[in-house]
Write a protein that binds this ligand. Structure first.
Ligand code: PMP
Length: 420
């Protein structure tokens, strides 16, 4: 239930505060796949919060790892030659797990910061290689890469760019599902002016679009043919969400960089980063006097790194990556059962624990707020789903059971019925 109106000072991201200030939904507790509002009513967390609670909520093992680290060394920076044991251990472990040999790990505090890091690194890489004119960054229409400067500029959801004045120049978008469109854009610009191509393996916030068969392999090949850096944005797809550590292994890809966040800590503390292939790190690591003049205060934060290590332990010990593979079909089947509902136009998913149900055009024409209304109705029935453009998205914790997946499907059907 929404809480009674109160004077809030909290400015919610992406929210219409004129509406939200009248009615908020206050989450005050969580455990496993369940969250609780202030009245103690429980809801099935069908979205793993904002795509990130991969191991579920309330894991005391992560809490204790963070607390133990805080007692030892709560925080210290890693600029210049400073380092700390958890940051080192985490970088080693992520490098081992990454699909590229000898990868280096740049740590940040979230997804958007990782995108800015990767985009700046791509441009500097080419400058270091004596090709400073390689500055253009291409991305996919409908892409979401966060809301920092670079991420806003290379994002493909146009409403997220409106009204902010001049964004970062020398960026360009190609159709989200057309590998040949990428080739044409490269030919138009000239490959020697293109630094990198960014792509989410499964497009998330843009509406939940798994890749067309062969698409990712084709764009990776086009990048390789033109010596353009291929950057996979695995902020959503990583850490088991599509059954693999960095998402991309599912398609046999070895990108030049991988951005990650969310599932790396399951959200217990904010962390992101960039996996950098040896080739991209080489000019900086094997030659003196070439610092990458970029970084944030909390890069390599030891308490955050300790939480990440405990989270990786859980993902491994409880075999949650193969579990996501096993649950992929039941989740897709549960959503597919809604395909014949009169309010539904399309069901997408079937790639990991990610799915979406798009509302029918006539429903949206009759009520432009139908997606939000459906989400609230489903929440009132005790299940959290996420409004995403014309669709409702689900991305449950990897620990969800098949019977809990059925609860999501049932509540969604009932919520959609209420639109009639
Ligand atoms: N990239 C992708 C693919 C994302 O889904 C997100 C966040 N949903 C981001 C980048 C930005 O991450 P953050 O919100 O942590 O800055």
């Amino acid at each position: 239930m929404s809480t009674a109106p109160r004077d809030t000072a909290l400015w919610h991201p992406f929210a219409d505060m004129f509406q939200v200030k009248k009615s908020q939904f206050c989450v005050s507790k969580a455990d496993g796949v369940w969250i609780y509002d202030q009245e103690g009513r429980r809801y099935l967390d069908g979205t793993a919060s904002l795509w990130y609670a991969n191991v579920g909520h309330g894991r005391t093992e992560i809490v204790e790892a963070a607390a133990a680290q805080m007692r030892e060394l709560e925080s210290y920076f890693v600029f210049n030659d400073f380092t700390n044991p958890p940051a080192e251990a985490l970088a080693d472990r992520l490098s081992q797990l990454a699909p590229m040999d000898g990868a280096k790990i740049f740590l940040t505090t979230g997804g958007g910061e990782s995108i800015d890091t990767a985009a700046k690194l791509a441009r500097q890489y080419w400058a270091q290689r004596g090709q400073p004119q390689r500055t253009h960054i291409l991305s996919r229409g409908n892409a979401y890469h966060g809301t920092n400067g670079m991420g806003t500029s290379i994002g493909g959801i146009e409403v997220n760019q409106a009204g902010f004045g001049q964004l970062v120049p020398e960026v360009g978008r190609v159709a989200h599902d057309d590998a040949e469109g990428l080739r044409e854009a490269i030919d138009r610009l000239g490959a020697d002016r293109v630094a990198a191509f960014f792509a989410e393996p499964v497009m998330g916030a843009g509406g939940l679009y798994p890749p067309e068969p062969g698409y990712l392999e084709a764009v990776a090949k086009i990048c390789a043919e033109h010596d353009i850096l291929f950057v996979a944005d695995a902020v959503i797809c990583g850490f088991g969400r599509v059954g693999t550590w960095f998402g991309v292994e599912r398609w046999g890809l070895q990108p030049d960089m991988i951005t990650f966040a969310k599932g790396v800590t399951s959200g217990y503390l904010p962390l992101g980063g960039v996996v950098v292939a040896e080739r991209v790190a080489e000019p900086f690591w094997n030659h003196p006097g070439r610092p990458f003049r970029h970084g944030a205060t909390y890069s390599g934060h030891p308490t955050v790194a300790a939480a990440a290590l405990a989270n990786l332990d859980i993902l491994e010990r409880e075999k949650l990556l193969p579990r996501a593979d096993e649950l992929e079909r039941p989740l897709h089947d549960a959503l597919q059962q809604l395909a014949d509902h009169p309010a539904v136009a399309e069901v997408r998913g079937g790639t990991g624990l990610l799915g979406a149900v798009e509302l029918a055009p006539e429903v949206l024409a009759a009520d432009p707020g139908a997606v939000g209304r459906a989400q609230t109705a489903i929440r009132d029935l005790g299940v959290i789903v996420r409004p995403l453009g014309k669709a409702l998205a689900v991305s449950p914790p990897l620990i969800i059971s098949e019977s809990e997946i059925d609860l999501i499907g049932k509540a969604m059907r009932e919520g959609l019925d209420s639109l009639a």
